[in-house]
Design a protein around this ligand. Structure first.
Ligand code: CA
Length: 224
């Protein structure tokens, strides 16, 4: 998943970025409201973690602008402790969830997982596809009950394809989701990850749509 983090506290921002990174998410970090607006206007994110107390432009203003543009990106707001009015105003302005500072990083990660689950329309936390099972809470992947070891970006790519099952994701979208703004990127990076995933999980799982990208098909029985 590609997450935009808007937080001006350097220590907190660093901790959140590191924690989400360990989950296999790609985090782009901005430290003021104007930069957050610019990033949201030009790039697509799966989630916004938004501190309300931001310099240059208030987080509430960023949130209202986002919803006014009809952008439905899930938003988790970070608010100061004891500011009930802020939390209420944030939820009413279109935030999906909130955390008040100080919070435990584990709770933030669990809320991010829950928001993603809701946003992708899943009731079950574990992603299952035939014999394949991926648990976003523990990062464990298994095939027919046997654990499968994946490198972090292989894991991130597999999770994304499973979350978006039934869709074809373009190479550009996958590169953005996996690498964000850190583009020290080989032009065939996605192909290499797909190749490794196929070697570990079988050739049939991930479909190549020539000239477009990759996808995992829904099994015939849950087709809509
Ligand atoms: Ca702040």
């Amino acid at each position: 998943m590609r997450i935009l983090l808007a937080e001006d506290d350097p220590l907190l921002g660093d901790g959140i970025r590191a924690g989400l990174g360990l989950e296999g998410d790609t985090v782009d970090w901005v430290t003021d409201g104007v930069a957050a607006d610019q990033a949201l206007a030009t790039d697509e994110f799966d989630l916004l973690v938004l501190d309300l107390g931001l310099p240059r432009r208030d987080g509430m203003e960023v949130l209202r602008g986002l919803r006014r543009r009809g952008d439905m990106t899930p938003v988790l707001i970070l608010t100061a402790r004891d500011k009930v009015a802020d939390r209420v105003a944030g939820l009413d302005a279109g935030a999906d969830d909130y955390l008040s500072k100080p919070f435990d990083l584990d709770e933030l990660l669990a809320r991010v997982r829950a928001l993603t689950r809701r946003h992708t329309g899943r009731a079950q936390p574990v992603l299952e596809h035939g014999e394949l099972r991926l648990d976003p809470a523990t990062h464990q992947v298994s095939l027919g009950g046997e654990a499968v070891e994946l490198a972090p970006r292989e894991y991130a790519l597999l999770r994304l394809l499973l979350e978006q099952r039934g869709k074809v994701l373009s190479r550009t979208r996958l590169v953005e989701a996996l690498y964000g703004w850190d583009g020290e990127l080989e032009s065939n990076a996605i192909e290499v990850h797909v190749h490794h995933l196929r070697r570990k999980l079988g050739n049939e799982l991930i479909r190549t749509v020539r000239g477009i990208g990759y996808g995992i098909d829904r099994p015939a029985k849950d087709a809509p």
